[in-house]
Design a protein. Structure first.
Length: 581
């Protein structure tokens, strides 16, 4: 945790290993947080992220399970330091002394929550473990961190490097490796020599940013300015977090423009185009930017300025969402839509990325479940398959594919519409996970049965909205029919699903079932929305005198496994062999 300390030697910033991560994600927000602590700006209130909070709780559980495992493995040889607040100088000093004593004791095998502190740094390492706990005499220490993620990330590795650096500072023998204990039960091992050069660069960058804040000036110092372009110390802003978003709106920044990439923003700013208003009024294409790209961004800026849903001003609460303006800029892209068929389906998943099977307190190695397969037909009749375990998810996958195969016999021209690539991607992942029906999923993809409406919208239309999510497009075609579900966002649906399952397991079936019904209504609306969007796009095609082309008869395209299908088959075979199947 970052904090400002004044112990008679002047104010100073004490940073932690997690600050390396925070600054890497958004230097601007990190510096503004320092300014807020110094009283230069009001603190930014981050929106509540229930999914992130749940991930934090699961991460803590993962850490405590590992602690329990070490207690059992090394009884009486695990030193557990009490939880210490970084702002409590007395407690920190005591914890540092206890850490030093534990590291010097040859009988200690594991130190939990070791504390390191210097004039500029404070850190809390999850685990320090003897490289050979059973050896007689002291052996080097291995730095370990628990992470719920299934893959090592650079920011997590920088935290490990920070603790290894502290062992070097103390002159304590350490291992040549550090380890991340991941959420799937695997261990990700990394050589310290590979991490330290990057860590030192990140640390020096952090020190430069802190020095620039003129902490000694206190509240009288200058706050970090948005769009700070000062040479080598140019502050990097992510443009997405709550701190950045407030500045983007306040400065009418180019990042307001939907689809604006950072490199495009830089090129526009270099040409003197600094706001969305400048872009909408610009006429000459900047250097190193194609005319088509510039024209598209300029049209997008103009539409957002003219649109009540443009997101240019601070949002105002209304009874109904505003209807965005739009233009059809490439009608032929809509012509790529298949001819509508009475057998068409409109499909949507609801999933929980943090689900894992938990038997007898042992967490499984597979994560993520799609707990609801939902679709509507061309009459908007809703069907759903629920899956609350991996076994049920496999059964739902096979039932869905059986249903599609049967329906294609009656409607060989049917297509399955969705918005964004989540659905086919996850069907492929399920086929690989369970080693079933890989060829059927691959056939549906190769024959173009799945139709993603998102790339068609992005190519064909410019919509006066900061976002092209389907929920932002719905005012164009859903009319007065608004969502009635208590759930309004995908992240909320995950949290509500977890709540429903907990209620059912606690014997409160009726309350849990009511939440599941509400989730089904949320999913149904998404499916209906996908159908209405397809129909709305068809109307735009008709306005442009475009007629969708008929598909080639599937019978004329005999199935041949694609490289993807062959890879899935190999993965499934390897998985079956590992399981002894």
């Amino acid at each position: 945790m970052r904090y400002i300390e004044d112990s008679g030697r002047g104010a100073r910033v004490v940073w932690s290993a997690s600050d390396l991560k925070a600054a890497a994600e958004c230097e601007f927000a990190w510096l503004r947080a320092i300014d807020a602590k110094l009283g230069r700006v009001p603190p930014v209130v981050e929106p509540v992220d229930l999914t992130l909070e749940r991930a934090g709780r699961l991460g803590t559980q993962h850490e405590l399970r590992q602690l329990d495992a070490y207690r059992a493995q090394y009884p009486g040889r695990v030193v557990e330091l009490p939880e210490t607040r970084s702002s409590d100088a007395v407690a920190v000093a005591a914890a540092v002394s206890a850490t030093d004593a534990a590291l010097a004791d040859p009988d200690v095998a594991v130190v939990y929550q070791a504390v390191f502190a210097t004039d500029e740094f404070i850190g809390f390492a999850d685990f320090l473990v003897r490289e050979d706990p059973n050896a007689t005499g002291p052996t080097p220490w291995v730095v370990q961190d628990t992470k719920l993620a299934r893959h090592a990330r650079v920011t997590a590795l920088m935290q490990l490097a920070a603790y290894a650096d502290q062992l070097d500072r103390l002159g304590v023998a350490r291992s040549d490796r550090v380890e991340l204990l991941l959420g799937d039960g695997s261990t990700s091992t990394h050589a310290v020599r590979d991490l330290m050069p990057v860590f030192r660069l990140r640390r020096e960058r952090l020190r430069s940013l802190i020095a620039d804040r003129d902490v000694a000036a206190g509240a009288d110092g200058d706050k970090i300015a948005w769009g700070d372009d000062r040479g080598a110390l140019r502050v990097v802003a992510c443009g997405r977090c709550a701190t950045c978003d407030a500045e983007v709106v306040a400065h009418r920044d180019l990042l307001l423009v939907a689809g604006m990439r950072p490199v495009q923003r830089d090129r526009l700013r270099a040409d003197g185009i600094r706001t969305i208003d400048d872009l909408a009024a610009a006429r000459e294409t900047p250097e190193r930017m194609s005319g088509d790209t510039f024209a598209g961004l300029r049209t997008q800026a103009r539409l957002q300025l003219d649109s009540p849903a443009g997101g240019v001003e601070a949002p105002v609460a209304t009874d109904a969402p505003p209807v965005p303006t739009f233009e059809v800029v490439l009608p032929t892209a809509i012509g790529a839509l298949p001819r509508p068929d009475r057998g068409d389906l409109f499909f949507d998943f609801e999933g929980d990325p943090l689900y894992t099977d938990d038997a007898d307190g042992v967490v499984g190695t597979a994560w993520g479940i799609d707990y609801l397969f939902g679709w509507v037909d061309d009459d908007e009749r809703y069907s759903a398959l629920w899956a609350h375990t991996f076994a049920e998810e496999r059964r739902a996958l096979e039932d869905f594919l059986d249903f599609v195969a049967l329906r294609r016999r009656t409607h060989p021209g049917l297509h399955i519409y969705h918005y964004a690539p989540y659905e086919p991607t996850h069907l492929l992942a399920m086929a690989a996970r369970y080693g079933v029906r890989e060829a059927e999923v691959d056939t549906l993809l190769r024959e173009g049965v799945f139709v993603d409406l998102y790339p068609i919208v992005r190519r064909a239309l410019r919509v006066g909205s900061r976002s092209y999510s389907i929920k932002k497009l719905e005012p164009l075609y859903m009319g007065a029919e608004v969502r009635t579900s208590a759930v309004q966002r995908g992240d909320d649906s995950i949290v509500r699903y977890v709540e429903a399952r907990a209620l059912i397991e606690a014997g409160r079936e009726a309350e849990g079932a009511a939440i599941l019904d509400d989730l089904a209504d949320y999913n149904r609306y998404d499916c209906v929305s996908t159908r209405r969007l397809r129909n709305w796009l068809v109307e735009r095609a008709r306005e442009a005198n475009l007629r969708p082309a008929a598909d080639v008869d599937a019978a004329e395209r005999p199935y041949e496994p694609s490289p993807r299908a062959e890879a899935l088959t190999r993965l499934a075979g390897a998985s079956a062999a590992d399981d002894g199947a």
